[in-house]
Design a protein around this ligand. Structure first.
Ligand code: FCB
Length: 461
């Protein structure tokens, strides 16, 4: 495990973007500051069932999180000290439109304007995600992503933000991982808004795709110099089952997990031949939707964590239900039980490139949580995370050699933060956060990046 890093990040060349990523709800805290309205994640994390249980594993909320609404300058200084040239963060929609639509909240917008300025002053390029899961609760009350009207409210929001910050922000990402919005939010219920319904799934799938297509044109109109992308959770699945049926399961899973979120944006429609389940989208399709779905994208953000398992299911129209694998497969597991399979990243990149639709592909997230990380004498020794990045970045280098135009990599995450329904246990940061004191301590993995990228951070002697 103490294998020396065999990879030289400078070999990726001067035009490669090195960044770290965060998301508003996971770090900001200050849930009511400057006129913010509630989001579906505020509601979800505060929900209690009749036994007093919450949907969050450790019962925590993100009311404070890493307090980054107030500490953003300190965080951006860390990005710089670690040697990264780019900081990917998200804007909280209910800070800009507390009621989803209606009057714009100037104080919320001013906050992000200050964050953008702080990045530029630190020599860090801001990469802005417009939607990282925190829908205004007011819109959820009117149907959320099940309702077509939310698509138009999203376009209004994107127009307002891109118009206001486009003079200083070049890189925009429309959505973070529609897969989780749609499936974890509307089918398994593990994430906000916590629904479990097939009609909700089909409606949300189509409306989030529609918002990506229409949103891309809204941002382009508001900020003609914008470089527009969107990010997708990409999991090349691993089918299993008797004989050819393993293949059937694998292809069905690939259609549901990956293709259904990309192909409509490229004018290819929904892959319902391979996954008949997706025929459920039909009632939500309108005449002009094929044109509205077409997305005007300059890059695709690929986010890869693991390959999901897809066992064959003998149910008509539903041939598999993808799931996380376990220890029985012999792969190392993260603290969330996710199998570490670096070659899956190479496969994800090849798949994204196979459409020939993107001049640029950026890995907008990748990272891992490991158990038992502690600060000892000012150090956090996390050799497994360094090993994780070395092995995954080797896949990126190999993909580039194959001609895949990957020109950026964002580590998830800058610092430990609120990991959605998993609470604070999974620590994904390059920087450790003591959630009681908010003290930040750079982990060895952070020092590893700093050493490679010319950052100023050095481990204490
Ligand atoms: C991704 C999310 C990100 C974080 C990582 C661990 O799916 O986009 O917010 O939770 O997983």
């Amino acid at each position: 495990m103490n294998r020396p890093p065999a990879l030289n990040l400078s070999d990726f060349g001067p035009d490669f973007t090195w960044g770290v990523a965060t998301a508003a709800f996971q770090i900001e805290g200050s849930p009511a500051a400057d006129g913010k309205g509630p989001s579906i994640w505020d509601t979800f994390t505060h929900r209690r069932d009749r036994h007093g249980r919450t949907p969050v594993k450790d019962g925590t909320t993100a009311d404070v999180a890493t307090d980054s609404y107030r500490r953003f300058r300190e965080d951006i200084a860390l990005v710089r000290a670690l040697g990264f040239g780019a900081y990917r963060f998200s804007i909280s929609w209910p800070r800009i439109f507390p009621a989803g639509g209606g009057p714009l909240n100037r104080a919320g917008l001013d906050h992000y304007s200050r964050v953008v300025d702080a990045c530029l002053e630190a020599g860090v390029e801001p990469w802005v995600t417009l939607y990282h899961w925190d829908l205004p609760q007011a819109l959820e009350d009117r149907g959320g992503w099940r309702a077509r009207d939310t698509v138009h409210r999203y376009c209004d929001y994107a127009t307002a933000v891109a118009g206001a910050l486009g003079d200083r922000v070049r890189h925009w990402m429309l959505f973070n991982e529609p897969l989780n919005i749609v499936i974890s939010g509307h089918v398994t219920g593990a994430m906000a808004p916590g629904r479990r319904s097939l009609p909700a799934y089909f409606a949300a799938l189509h409306h989030v795709n529609l918002a990506t297509g229409l949103g891309s044109r809204a941002v382009r109109a508001a900020d003609p110099d914008a470089v527009i992308g969107t990010t997708q959770y990409v999991s090349p699945p691993i089918g299993s089952g008797p004989g050819r049926l393993a293949d059937v399961a694998e292809r069905a899973a690939h259609a549901v997990l990956n293709r259904a979120f990309l192909e409509p944006l490229l004018g290819l429609g929904y892959p319902w031949r391979t996954a008949p389940l997706l025929l459920g989208v039909r009632p939500f399709l309108r005449d002009d939707d094929a044109a509205h779905l077409l997305a005007d994208l300059d890059f695709l953000g690929v986010q890869y964590y693991t390959r999901l398992r897809a066992p064959f299911l003998p149910l008509p129209g539903l041939w598999t239900v993808p799931q996380f694998g376990g220890a029985e497969h012999g792969n190392e597991l993260t603290s969330l039980g996710w199998e570490i399979i670096p070659e899956g990243l190479g496969m994800a990149l090849d798949w994204a490139h196979s459409y020939g639709a993107f001049e640029r592909i950026v890995v907008t997230e990748g990272g891992a949580s490991f158990p038992g990380e502690q600060v000892v004498s000012g150090r956090v020794r996390d050799p497994r995370r360094i090993d994780y990045y070395v092995r995954h970045l080797a896949e990126v280098a190999a993909a580039r050699e194959r001609g895949v135009p990957v020109d950026g990599y964002f580590a998830w995450s800058l610092m430990d933060n609120f990991e959605w329904a998993e609470g604070f246990e999974p620590r994904f940061g390059l920087v450790h956060v003591d959630f009681a004191t908010q003290e930040r301590t750079i982990k060895d993995s952070g020092y590893w990046f700093a050493g490679q990228l010319g950052g100023t951070a050095r481990p204490p002697e």
